[in-house]
Design a protein around this ligand. Structure first.
Ligand code: GLA
Length: 514
């Protein structure tokens, strides 16, 4: 049996480096698959901008059928991508099942991007020759000059976690000028602006060509950025833009700021931008992990040099111990996770891990758990209340990610819960953390200004439950006034113990004050 298998493997000419035939496939574009044969088996690596290098495992060949798995960890989240297919003539034809939110661009009609969840898609690869490989190596972009590492002083922005709206979760790369104006209108008319949502952020998908001065200009979907910024400002809100240090955006169709870092910073300031989300994407093809903090520091310094205050939002998917260096590199917020999806699984796996980084949050610098999915339809209202409460307990930025032009009463009730927002925005700026975890029950507390405490009871189980906490665990004594922030009622004064009923996947948030 064994020699036969060997013969079969030898007949399949998988060894070598395979490049996708379609331009810019995948997040950051250009995922290469490299296989080699060792002891009668194949092994390899997948090399992609956003994910870096990830090992290829479980290569199985049965007859003509090839399958393998690429495993990677992004932002603390384990991801598994299963590939399968065949060699057809000169081509390796594969289907890949990627985690939702991390896939090849959507089919024509969509405008590219890390893309919405989807079924397996077919991709064709061709094997690179030695000349191809040499040419690629020669064309490889070199790191731009980087500054010496230093600790940047606080830029004075984001004294409390930033609040606003970002286009990506609802519109992906189809975002347009008109949508942004309508969203700004809706943020005013719905009461969101009055509730504190301030920044309107245009994510990936606005970029066009560079002008003669080397400044990246918007594409046809955004006729004039300056006028758009003026429109948002006239509403009393602020505006932000997405950008990347890499040569290409995460949706490879669009350009990045590589080599034009200064010109772009100046252009953003001139347009009147107030917020820059700086997303790693294809920068991983150029810079090392050691250089990454400097790439961010450099852009923070360039933003400051324009003289216009711009909130700096670092997005590199929670990798590279980012919470330890992001504030010093000038970040007002930094993503601690890979992209959220509109599912209970994604949201809860992101949110419940954040106690670990609570110590890094504080005035001017916050852990970013990613934009909200509240109102996008993939979770129940109890799950969305859990989502919103968890972000507030963690002192995370509250960037709505839904189409605020059409919100259900339930969505409005969640996003505009001023008492939960007040937990997030508490002036003390101390991020909450879990004080109790048992199975799928968690109790989080957050110390608030004026000696008050927020206590959140999370029930991650599939059934309703009763949860209890006593004063020893809360490290308090005496009488406390108790307010239920979702039912919006005052409960009887308590002393010693509190007990609540919690829906499946639900939460009860209490505010205790003297
Ligand atoms: C990455 C980021 C997302 C979004 C997309 C845009 O995936 O993590 O938040 O900005 O890029 O393509």
């Amino acid at each position: 049996m064994f020699p036969l298998l060997l013969v079969a493997i030898a007949a399949i000419d998988l060894a070598g480096t395979w490049a996708p035939k379609q331009a810019g496939f995948g997040p950051g574009g250009n995922t290469l698959l490299r296989f080699q044969q060792k002891d009668g088996r194949f092994e390899g690596v997948s090399i992609g901008g956003m994910m870096g290098e990830s090992p290829i495992r479980e290569v199985t060949i049965i007859g003509d059928d090839i399958s393998f798995v690429v495993r990677t960890t992004l932002g603390g989240e384990e991801m598994r991508m299963k590939w399968s297919g065949k060699i057809e003539g000169e081509e390796l034809v594969l289907k890949v099942q990627m985690p939702a939110g991390l896939g090849p661009p959507p089919p024509p009609g969509g405008l590219g991007g890390a893309g919405p969840p989807g079924g397996p898609r077919e991709m064709r690869f061709h094997k690179l020759t030695a000349e191809d490989l040499a040419a690629r190596e020669a064309a490889r972009l070199k790191p731009m000059p980087l500054p010496a590492r230093r600790v940047l002083a606080w830029n004075g922005l984001a004294a409390t976690p930033p609040m606003g709206w970002n286009s990506y979760n609802a519109f992906r790369n189809t975002v347009t000028d008109t949508q942004i104006r309508e969203v700004a209108d809706a943020m005013v008319s719905s009461g969101m602006k009055a509730a504190g949502y301030e920044y309107v952020v245009i994510d990936d998908g606005w970029q066009g060509e560079r002008d003669s001065r080397g400044r990246l200009q918007p594409n046809a979907k955004f006729p004039t950025m300056k006028a758009l910024a003026g429109y948002v400002h006239a509403k009393g809100m602020k505006i932000g833009l997405w950008a990347t240090p890499g040569p290409r955006a995460c949706s490879p169709a669009y350009a990045g700021s590589y080599g034009h870092e200064k010109e772009d910073a100046e252009q953003w300031a001139e347009w009147g931008m107030d917020f820059i989300k700086f997303d790693w994407c294809s920068a991983g093809e150029i810079y090392s992990k050691e250089q990454q903090p400097l790439v961010y520091q450099k852009q923070a310094e360039l933003l400051r040099a324009t003289g216009r205050p711009m909130l700096f939002s670092i997005c590199q998917y929670g990798d590279n111990k980012v919470a330890e260096w992001a504030a010093a590199a000038g970040g007002n917020m930094w993503r601690t996770t890979f992209d959220i999806r509109d599912t209970w699984q994604s949201m809860s796996s992101i949110g419940f891990r954040q106690g670990e980084v609570a110590q890094y949050a504080g005035a001017g610098h916050w852990n970013d758990l990613d934009m909200l999915e509240v109102g996008n339809g993939g979770m129940s209202n109890d799950e969305y209340r859990t989502h919103f409460s968890l972000w507030a307990m963690a002192s995370a930025p509250l960037m709505a990610g839904n189409d605020v032009r059409k919100m259900s009463p339930a969505t409005i009730d969640i996003l505009l819960n001023k008492e939960i927002i007040a937990i997030d925005q508490d002036p003390l700026g101390v991020a909450g953390r879990p004080i109790y975890k048992k199975g799928e029950q968690e109790i989080w507390t957050k110390t608030l200004a004026g000696g008050a405490i927020a206590v959140a009871f999370f029930n991650r189980m599939d059934d309703p439950t009763t949860m209890k906490v006593n004063w020893e665990r809360l490290k308090i004594t005496g009488d406390y006034k108790v307010r239920d922030l979702w039912s919006r009622e005052n409960l009887p004064v308590a002393n010693g113990v509190l007990q609540v009923n919690v829906h499946r996947h639900g939460v009860v948030v209490l505010r205790l004050s003297k």
